[in-house]
Design a protein around this ligand. Sequence first.
Ligand code: NAD
Length: 326
Amino acid sequence: MKILVTGGAGYIGSHTANRLLESGFEVVIFDKLTTGFRNAVPSNAKFIEGDIRNEAFLADVLISEKIDAVIHFAAKLNVKESTLKPLDYYDNNTGGVLTLLKAMETAKVQRIVFSSTAAIFGDKVQDRAIFEDDPKAPLNPYGYTKLMSEQILQDASNVGSIKYCALRYFNVAGASDSGNNGQRTADAFHLIHLGVQAAIGKRKNLQLFGTDYPTKDGTCVRDYIHVEDLADIHLLALQYLLAGGDSNYFNCGYGFGYSVREVIEMIKKVSNTDFPVIEGERRPGDAASLVADSSKLKSVLNWKPKRADLELICRSAYQWEKSLKE
Ligand SMILES: NC(=O)c1ccc[n+]([C@@H]2O[C@H](COP(=O)([O-])OP(=O)(O)OC[C@H]3O[C@@H](n4cnc5c(N)ncnc54)[C@H](O)[C@@H]3O)[C@@H](O)[C@H]2O)c1
């Protein structure tokens, strides 16, 4: 079986590509290398440089490579940038899904696993874990690009032969168990990535946005999922679709959250450093708490988390960041 992985030169895509290869799939990575890296592509995967909005080229690739299914990671994902350049985000993320689905239709490829996000939920549910069917109310254009993409997938699936799984990731972090792969993104904007960069001295300090949220210690709470556990979920979702499973969507997290302060303390512990933390005002668009209810993932896909441990996540991210510096 041959899988096209769009965005497979990026952080989550490259980890998933490795998992697919280990499981016996052939992998073709299709990436524009905007935020991805050529050296993140596994040596036993084929690499094709291209833009997912180039429908004709994509259709050619799907046909000539005899692709059986697609895992679609390629997207822009900087929330702040999406508020400044919303049209670029709709064009790349939502427009990209449209061209990809049209190319898949031409090439008669009918299965797709899609990278969605907890950002589709906004801040409607703050006091408990979020279920798949909870209200959707994105707080920024990035979240809307993904919610609109889910809608397009659902509409296409209702009338055609496309079957999809939308995976709504909560906060993804950590590096591979082997220490050979992790987050390379030059422009870091995720807490754990920023924190480990502060710990190794790549940044002077770490900024903490908002200390007056209605949470256990006043800082935002997030559900951090290890990138390797998330790679397992992609494999399970793909196998589910290939076995004839119907279109579906899953919240991807562990079902418990940590506050920003708890994460910072953990990074300081695993790195044995005490980098400065600058406390500031809340940032617009940040929900107080985002925690996934993952019972559907466990019951339908039989997912068993293996790395639900903040210390392990922070330690692997720290060691990876240190290895990049060395
Ligand atoms: N990292 C997270 O915490 C997180 C959380 C929720 C959802 N997601 C989603 O997961 C997916 C992967 O995120 P990531 O963290 O690995 O980011 P990343 O930036 O490392 O990877 C994205 C990849 O997509 C490629 N790309 C972007 N636009 C493209 C285009 N038009 N054509 C071809 N390639 C293109 C980039 O070059 C990059 O390799 C994204 O869809 C993102 O929205 C990530």
